[in-house]
Design a protein around this ligand. Structure first.
Ligand code: FAD
Ligand code: SF4
Ligand code: SF4
Length: 473
C-alpha cells in the first residue's frame, strides 16, 4: 500500500557547519527519493490539497508524473498555475496550506508536496525545459508596480494572455522579498530566484529597475494616454508589498546598533554584506538580540549567528504562540539559537558613545486570549532585568509604504495603510488594481501570487470592457 511508506524528508546540511555558512540548509530530493515520496500519494478524487493551494496547482497530477519519472511533464503541469515552483517548494508554509489538507495527514504524515514541487522546479531549471507559451500580442499594455511574487504572478498571466507588460521596480534587482528579505540559506538568489524570474523575460515581460513609482513617475503618468504626455498603459497593478517596518516606540531605539530586520536582511542579502567580496557595511555585536517571533525574526537571528554573533530571540509570548513556521524554529534551535520567551524589552540602554550596551526587559505571563485568539502577555510586576548586547534587530512586522497611495489621487487605504481592493484586486481608482502585501499587509509568497493571478483575470476583463465601451461610443 502506498501510504505504508514513511514520509521522506530531504537531507540537510549539518547544523554546526551550516550555522557558519550561507549555503542552503536543505539538499532537496534526488530523483529516486522524489519518485518514492510521490508513490505515497493516494491520488484522491476530491483533491483537498488542490483546494488548499492559493494558486490551485494540480498537485495529484504532477505527483503522479513524478512517480512515473515524467519530470518534464510534471514541470509543465505546475507551470500552468505557477511560474515559481522552486521558490514555493522552498518557502511556502505547506503545513498550513497544501500539506495541511492532505488526507494522509489525518492519521499520519502528509505527502511532502513542498519538497516534490521543489524537485520538479529545480530539475526543470537544470534542464532549461521551460517553454513560454503565450497568445499573440493584443496591442494593450499593462504596468506592474513592484516585482515581488504578486507582481511577478500578475505579469506572467497577463503576458500569457498577449498583453505587453512592463514592471517598474524601486530596487536594483527584481524579486521583492525573495531577493531582499529571505536569506540565501533558505532561498538561493542566483541559482534559483534569478532563474525563476528569467522565465518572465522569456514571456516578453520588460522589467525596469531603480524606478520608484510616486517619485520617479506616478500612476497617473502611467495611465495617461501618449497624447496627454503619459505612457498609455490601459491598467496598472500595484504589488508594492509591505516594506515599512514597525518599531516598539521604546527609549533607545535611535542608538547605534539598533536596526529593523528589513534593513538588516536587505544589507545581508541584496547588498551581499555576508560575502567578504562586498563592502556593504553591516553590524552585529558579540551578542545580538532579535525582538520578535515570526519568520522574519528567525531569518534575522540565523543571519546574525552566521555573521559570527551570539544571537538570541526575545519574544513576549510563549513558544506555543510563536508565529514562525515550525520548521524555521526547529532549524534555528538546531543551529544554537537561544530563545528567551515571555520576555519583553522596555528600553534599550546605550553607552557614552551612543552605542547599544544592553536591553532592559520585563518578564511576562500569559493572560486571557486577545482578538487574535492568542493569550495576551501580561507584565510580571518587579521582574525587570537586563540582557547585555551590542546590537538589537527589531522584527515586529511591517506595513505598506504610504508613498503610492499618497501620490495617487482617489486611491483609498485602510487604517493599517493597506490599499483597499476587492477580491479581484480592483481599487477605488478605475484602472488601478492591487494585490499581495500592499493590500493585506505582511502575509505569504503564495497568497501574494494568488492575488496577482486573480488581478490578472480582473485586469483582462476591465480592459475588454474598455474596448467594448469605445466600440459603442
Ligand atoms: P514584496 O515581495 O514585498 O515585493 C514588493 C516589491 O515592490 C519590492 O521589490 C519593492 O521594492 C517594490 N516597490 C515598493 N514600492 C515601490 C514603488 N513605489 N515603486 C516601485 N517598486 C516598489 N512568505 C512565505 O510564504 N514564506 C516565507 O518563508 C517567508 N519568509 C519571509 C522572510 C522575510 C524576511 C520577509 C520580509 C517576508 C517573508 N515572507 C515569507 C513573506 C513574503 O515574502 C511576502 O508576503 C511576499 O513577498 C509579498 O509579496 P508582494 O509581491 O506583495 O511584495
Ligand atoms: Fe503547496 Fe505552495 Fe506548492 Fe501550492 S504553491 S502546492 S501551497 S507548496
Ligand atoms: Fe495525494 Fe494528499 Fe492530495 Fe490525496 S490529499 S491527492 S494523498 S497529496
Amino acid at each position: 500500500m502506498a501510504n505504508k511508506i514513511a514520509r521522506l524528508n530531504a537531507r540537510e546540511q549539518d547544523p554546526t557547519l551550516r550555522a557558519q555558512n550561507f549555503e542552503e540548509v536543505s539538499y532537496g530530493f534526488t530523483a529516486d527519493e522524489a519518485r518514492l515520496e510521490a508513490s505515497r500519494c493516494l491520488q484522491c478524487k476530491h483533491r483537498p490539497c488542490v483546494g488548499a493551494c492559493p494558486v490551485s496547482i494540480q498537485i495529484p497530477d504532477f505527483i503522479a508524473e513524478v512517480r512515473d519519472g515524467e519530470f518534464t511533464k510534471a514541470a509543465d503541469t505546475i507551470a500552468r498555475d505557477s511560474l515559481l515552483p522552486s521558490v514555493c517548494g522552498r518557502v511556502c508554509p505547506q503545513e498550513s496550506q497544501c500539506e495541511g489538507s492532505c488526507v494522509l495527514g489525518i492519521k499520519g504524515l502528509p505527502v511532502n508536496i513542498g519538497k516534490l514541487e521543489r524537485f520538479v522546479g529545480d530539475t526543470a531549471l537544470a534542464e532549461n525545459s521551460f517553454k513560454p507559451v503565450k497568445a499573440a500580442p493584443n496591442g494593450r499594455k499593462v504596468a506592474i508596480i513592484g516585482s515581488g511574487p504578486a507582481g511577478l504572478a500578475c505579469a506572467a498571466d497577463l503576458a500569457v494572455k498577449g498583453y505587453g507588460v512592463k514592471m517598474f521596480e524601486a530596487l536594483h534587482k527584481p524579486g521583492g522579498v525573495l531577493v531582499y528579505g529571505i536569506p540565501e540559506f533558505r532561498l538561493p538568489k542566483d541559482k534559483i530566484v534569478a532563474r525563476e524570474i528569467a522565465k518572465l523575460s522569456a514571456l516578453g515581460v520588460e522589467i525596469e529597475t531603480d524606478v520608484v513609482v510616486g517619485r520617479t513617475i506616478t500612476i497617473d503618468s502611467l495611465l495617461d494616454s501618449t497624447e496627454q504626455g503619459g505612457e498609455g498603459f490601459s491598467a496598472v497593478f500595484v504589488g508594492s508589498g509591505a516594506g515599512l517596518p514597525y518599531f516598539m516606540g521604546i527609549g533607545g531605539e535611535n542608538l547605534n546598533g539598533v536596526v529593523s530586520a528589513n534593513e538588516f536582511l536587505t544589507r545581508a542579502n541584496l547588498m551581499k554584506a555576508y560575502d567578504g567580496g562586498h563592502d556593504t557595511p553591516i553590524f552585529v555585536g558579540k551578542r545580538t538580540v532579535v525582538v520578535g517571533g515570526g519568520n522574519v525574526a528567525m531569518d534575522a537571528v540565523r543571519t546574525a549567528k552566521r555573521l559570527g554573533s551570539d544571537a538570541f530571540i526575545v519574544y513576549r509570548r510563549s513558544e506555543a504562540e510563536l508565529p514562525a513556521r515550525v520548521e524555521e524554529v526547529h532549524h534555528a534551535k538546531e543551529e544554537g539559537i537561544e530563545f528567551r520567551m515571555l520576555t519583553n524589552p522596555v528600553e534599550i540602554l546605550g553607552d557614552e558613545a551612543g552605542r547599544v550596551r544592553a536591553v532592559r526587559c520585563v518578564k511576562m505571563e500569559l493572560g486571557e486570549p486577545d482578538a487574535s485568539g492568542r493569550r495576551s502577555p501580561v507584565e510580571v510586576a518587579g521582574s525587570e532585568f537586563e540582557i547585555e548586547c551590542e546590537a538589537v534587530i527589531m522584527a515586529l512586522g511591517t506595513s505598506p509604504n504610504p508613498l503610492i497611495a499618497s501620490t495617487t489621487p482617489g486611491l483609498e487605504t485602510n487604517r493599517r495603510g493597506g490599499l483597499i481592493a476587492t477580491e479581484g484586486g480592483a481599487t477605488s481608482r478605475a484602472g488601478v488594481f492591487a494585490g499581495g502585501d500592499a493590500v493585506t499587509g505582511a502575509a505569504t509568497v503564495i497568497l501574494a501570487m494568488g492575488a496577482g493571478r486573480k488581478a490578472a483575470v480582473a485586469i483582462d476583463e476591465y480592459v475588454a470592457g474598455l474596448e467594448r465601451f469605445f466600440w459603442f461610443e
